[in-house]
Design a protein around this ligand. Structure first.
Ligand code: ACM
Length: 271
């Protein structure tokens, strides 16, 4: 299976420019699955919710989704892309799984980062795994990396590959994803953007370094920090079905959930 990412620099608010960039770059790509960054077409650093409202699209009536669907049809691949989603008066930081026939799944980011809590509604769709041929993919978005429960929930549902659109500003995620992949024995494609969103309220710089990690927690490939890169490689998704970590231990089978009940309670100890 050929998987990959396209790391680029979306220009804030220039949806059709960003779309043309993606279409031009991917139109001859030979792949099965390509992951794009979070909020890939609008840019990230919104001033307020009104700006989100002005730029968000309903995937059912979206020029962007239609163009990506045509791209998937031509290239016979699937795309997972960050998407600024409008849905019945709500606004989500979403990721869409798009194939030759259109949107196959929508994930809405459940852990909003910092000021995103002012602009977006929190995700309201359960974590889910989708099949692409014989591979099973799960989706999470950027800051979900900081909550190991997300990757674990996807692995427990059978994900072989975690697709992870991101707009990273902190420096920890890329390294942390090695651990997420080791502790769940899954692949992960983290697609970040690079460059700045220069806005009236300030500038935000994104850290690039998109990457593909193997189920042993080994880094297979990492992009430069501040350069565009389309990267596609062959993987064997079935390697993610081997959950052993020693001859006598498996990372999912050997869990003792009866000792982790606190994880499913909102309470936790106050700091
Ligand atoms: C982030 O979640 N975009 C940092």
């Amino acid at each position: 299976m050929k998987i990959g990412y396209f790391q680029f620099r979306p220009l804030f608010g220039k949806v059709s420019h960003n779309l043309h960039k993606v279409v031009a770059k991917l139109s001859n790509a030979k792949a099965d699955l390509i992951v794009l960054p979070e909020l890939a077409f609008t840019g990230y650093y919104f001033k307020n919710r009104a700006e989100v409202k002005a730029l968000a699209e309903d995937p059912g009536k979206s020029v962007t989704v239609d163009a990506l669907t045509a791209l998937c049809k031509k290239g016979k691949f699937r795309i997972v892309t960050g998407f600024t989603e409008k849905a019945r008066g709500k606004y989500f930081n979403s990721a869409l799984l798009i194939g030759p026939r259109g949107v196959e799944h929508t994930y809405r980011k459940i852990h909003l980062f910092n000021e995103e809590t002012k602009w977006f509604d929190a995700g309201n769709i359960p974590l889910q795994v989708n099949k692409i041929g014989s591979a099973r993919i799960g989706i999470m978005v950027c800051f979900d990396w900081a909550f190991p429960e997300v990757a674990r929930s996807l692995a427990l549902q059978g994900a072989d590959i975690i697709c992870h659109p991101a707009n990273l500003v902190l420096g920890y995620c890329q390294q942390t994803m090695l651990t997420r992949c080791l502790e769940n024995k899954v692949y992960a494609i983290t697609t970040n953007r690079f460059g700045y969103d220069k806005r009236p309220q300030g500038n935000l710089r994104f850290t690039g370094r998109s990457q593909i990690v193997a189920p042993g927690g080994t880094l297979i490939h990492r992009a430069p920090s501040q350069r565009e890169e389309l990267f596609i490689m062959d993987i064997e998704p079935a390697l993610a079905r081997d959950k052993s970590i020693t001859p006598l231990n498996e990372v999912l089978r050997d869990r003792r959930p009866e000792f982790y009940k606190v994880l499913t309670s909102k309470k936790g100890k106050k700091s």
